[in-house]
Design a protein around this ligand. Structure first.
Ligand SMILES: [Zn+2]
Ligand SMILES: [Zn+2]
Length: 357
């Protein structure tokens, strides 16, 4: 954890000044890389606010593609003080965690705490994942995992094994991933194991159900491309328009439905809802995308009596899917779980039991 930022403040903060940004505008500098030319402003650190970290531009660029982008964007935007590039930490990043991360990345081993709590380690893992710098961290976190693992094994500290599994996964820490997953497999009580299996199955089933829901949306669109729906304007499918006086066929194919279907499928694709290959990585993100989905405007005033009415059928399907999702129990019902499947009678958590819920 950061000690006193004050004590680390560089005595000669800035070698050169720029008329555009006076030196005094950089508050409370901590030199993580004394010769570094990248500055990152944190809103607060150890009670001091704000704090500016001096970092190595090269180190950040090599360590993380995200930091590399931040640096080049700041350079392009002219966020500089003389030749030092100035960045601002993202609001949702915890200053303590960033400070720890930068100390690891810059090999400041003397600044690293000998112990880290499970929470701090998990926060670090999530930040490392966000900035995609697990490779650069290497085995830098092994010492903390080692202490927590031994403490958990000895029973001196209650460690949330599942959190540790997640942290080791995010940090790509193979040794402790194996050890903590082993601990989980061996220590988790049997009913919890069944719960994990049920949750996994549940997720799998929900993913299948979502595919079905999306079929409901795609179905009214796909009909527009079928041969059986193909028709001339104002003529039923299969019928040829009446010939004119010269015996030639007049009239043209009706494209109203096709236009609607193309528009809607394109919108589903843009919102990562369809096809399943385009889905976001979590079901939650997909469900949010569906909830936020707005049917694009489409003018079907030219439709004829033989159109399939893709516009209103698609709109209806969107409404149905949204409504189903509002009522759906995505997780598990405890009463049903304890009953080993579906509980007879009422559950304390109200949910539908028609379709395997
Ligand atoms: Zn038509
Ligand atoms: Zn139930």
């Amino acid at each position: 954890m950061p000690t006193s930022p004050e004590s680390e403040r560089s005595p000669k903060r800035h070698k050169s000044s720029s008329p555009m940004a006076p030196m005094a505008s950089i508050p409370n500098v901590i030199d993580i890389a004394p010769m570094g030319s990248a500055l990152m402003v944190l809103s607060e650190l150890a009670g001091v606010k704000p704090v500016t970290l001096r970092l190595s531009r090269d180190m950040l660029t090599i360590a993380s593609p995200i930091f590399a982008t931040m640096i080049s964007e700041a350079s392009l935007a002219g966020d500089k003080i003389s030749d030092e590039v100035l960045m601002h930490a993202a609001e949702n990043d915890e200053p303590d965690t960033l400070y720890l991360l930068f100390n690891i990345l810059h090999n400041r081993n003397e600044k690293l705490p000998s112990r880290l709590t499970v929470e701090a380690l998990c926060k670090l893992a999530k930040t490392v994942e966000k900035y995609r710098c697990a490779t650069s961290i290497g085995r830098g976190t092994a010492m903390w995992f080692d202490r927590l693992y031994n403490a958990a094994k000895a029973g001196t500290v209650a460690v949330d094994t599942w959190k540790m599994v997640e942290a080791t996964y995010l940090l790509d820490e193979s040794v402790f991933f194996a050890r903590f997953t082993e601990m989980w497999v061996l220590a988790e009580d049997v009913s919890m194991k069944r719960l994990a299996v049920e949750l996994y199955n549940r997720r799998h089933a929900q993913s299948g159900a979502l595919k079905g829901d999306i079929d409901l949306l795609v179905n009214p669109c796909s009909v527009a491309f079928s041969k059986s729906a193909r028709h001339y304007i104002d003529y039923a499918p299969g019928m040829m328009p009446d010939p004119d006086d010269d015996g030639k066929t007049v009239g043209s194919i009706c494209h109203v439905d096709e236009g609607a279907a193309t528009t809607y499928l394109g919108a589903l694709r843009d919102e990562l809802i369809w096809p399943p290959l385009a889905w976001p990585t979590t079901l939650g993100a997909l469900v949010s995308q569906l909830q936020a989905f707005r049917t694009p405007d489409y003018d079907d005033c030219d439709k004829c009596d033989f159109c399939e009415d893709v516009k209103s059928r698609f709109g209806l399907a969107v409404d149905i899917v949204k409504k189903m999702h509002k009522d759906r129990l995505w997780g598990l019902c405890l009463d049903c779980f304890k009953a080993g499947g579906v509980k007879d009678g009422e559950c304390r958590y109200e949910h539908s039991k028609l379709k395997g819920n």
